[in-house]
Design a protein around this ligand. Structure first.
Ligand SMILES: *[C@@H]1O[C@H](CO)[C@@H](O)[C@H](O)[C@H]1NC(C)=O
Ligand SMILES: *[C@@H]1O[C@H](CO)[C@@H](O)[C@H](O)[C@H]1NC(C)=O
Ligand SMILES: *[C@@H]1O[C@H](CO)[C@@H](O)[C@H](O)[C@H]1NC(C)=O
Length: 392
């Protein structure tokens, strides 16, 4: 009996010892909203990273000023896993110049097995948006949270507010799960994409809510095996694969699933956009299914002549091959007459497009009316309920 007891105690203490917690407050962070806590966060990271055990960085409630761009570098970490458990809010300075030329406000580089759980990141981008919309010359702004060359990342229950530029960027990452993420910026804020993915594979985004002035989720070149489920978008520009095809030698996009999404008052629903330029890029295997559209201007759209603002458009033929794209159970309302627009090109038609159970009404002045679809060089099949009538 005694021995069993001792063994149990030994097991409990070894499992406790297998994890070590670093509280940012004990490194000098102050949740008073005014004291720059950048150094304290970096010191906590450095200790967690040097630890030979699994580490937790604990951020208590309070408002922490992160006054400069901060990088959490992982290449030399000993720790098998680091969890950053945030109960508080991290804020950027009101003066946008403090971070606007840094690329990212909060950057993770070459990390592995990192979890960011809870917390709010407020980049206070409003003053930069005003600068941009006034037409003055201003910096492009920082991404709030940029994660590069990393793997096995979890972001859970994080809130991002008022980014200067993108809210969250994953670039060259393998295996990331974003769940219960909430992103919010004004519907008129410029370039505030919710989640931008570049050259990444195995990214899952679930149960998230994204309100922005630009793309809800944008999927750039080189992404594969993405799963996006139960995401609510709007306002904003919708979920986009693209823009693609700016570069001649560009990696393609493969195996993308968007399921159970809702779009409310967005400029687009599910979109594929490519520049009209020569490119070896491609999109192969995209599934958009079980999607609800509420007053969306372009619910289903492929545009191979993408050129925002019609400024200095390349006006060539997009070389991006778009192939095997499925739209299934897409229903709701369109804010414009053309609810389905598949605009490909003669030199490079879209192929293997499948429409199944697409039911979209154009609502004008509160009255539902038949919507129409428009195709250019789009090939494929249509089945089930088709409203508007398919143009394939
Ligand atoms: C972590 O390790 C590096 C190199 O091994 C050292 O330079 C640094 O001071 C260590 N940091 C802490 C907080 O122990
Ligand atoms: C496609 O991506 C999903 C994850 O979204 C993955 O489970 C599946 O194995 C991938 N399919 C292929 C053929 O790679
Ligand atoms: C629907 O969207 C259009 C265009 O974005 C907008 O002008 C209109 O007010 C919206 N209608 C409703 C009922 O929200």
């Amino acid at each position: 009996m005694k021995i069993v007891f001792l063994v149990i105690i030994a097991l409990i203490s070894s499992s406790l010892a297998a994890k070590v917690t670093y509280n940012v407050a004990s490194f000098g962070a102050k949740g008073d909203g005014n004291t720059d806590s950048t150094k304290a966060f970096l010191s906590a990271w450095s200790s967690a990273c040097n630890s030979t055990k699994s580490a937790v960085i604990y951020v208590p409630t309070g408002t922490y000023l992160i006054a400069k761009a901060i990088t959490f570098a992982g290449e030399k970490c000993q720790s098998g896993s680091i969890t950053i458990r945030i109960y508080g809010t991290l804020v950027a300075p009101f003066d946008y110049d403090a971070i606007a030329n840094s690329g990212d406000w909060i950057r993770f580089h070459r990390v592995s097995h990192v979890t960011i759980s809870g917390g709010t990141l407020d980049a206070r981008g409003g003053s930069l948006w005003s600068c941009k919309t006034s037409g003055k010359s201003c910096p492009s702004g920082a991404t709030t949270l940029g994660i590069y060359n990393s793997k096995n990342i979890v972001i859970s229950g994080l809130k991002s507010l008022n980014s200067q530029m993108f809210h969250i960027l994953l670039d060259t990452c393998i295996n990331a799960k974003l769940q219960g993420v909430s992103i919010s910026a004004s519907g008129s804020s410029p370039n505030t994409d919710g989640i931008h993915l570049m050259s990444s594979t195995g990214v899952t985004i679930v149960n998230s809510k994204i309100t922005t002035g630009d793309d809800c989720i944008s999927i750039g070149p080189g992404n594969s095996n993405l799963w996006i489920e139960s995401v609510a978008c709007g306002p904003g520009h919708g979920i986009s694969i693209g823009s693609l095809g700016w570069e001649l030698d560009e990696p393609g996009v493969q195996n993308i699933t968007v399921t159970r999404a809702t779009f409310r008052g967005t400029q687009n629903g599910v979109r594929i956009k490519t520049w009209a330029r020569a490119s070896h890029g491609f999109v192969t295997g995209a599934v958009f299914q079980h999607v609800t559209m509420v007053n969306v201007s372009n619910p289903i759209i492929i545009e191979q002549n993408y050129c925002p603002g019609n400024n200095n458009c390349p006006d060539q033929v997009s070389g991006v091959r778009v192939k095997d794209v499925v739209y299934e159970d897409i229903h709701g309302t369109s804010a414009s007459l053309v609810a389905v627009k598949l605009d490909c090109n003669q030199g490079n038609p879209c192929s293997g497009i499948r429409l199944k159970d697409v039911n979209l009404n154009y609502v004008r002045a509160g009255k539902p009316q038949p919507a129409v679809s428009s195709c250019a060089y789009a090939q494929g099949t249509a089945s089930g309920i088709l409203q508007p009538t398919s143009c394939l």
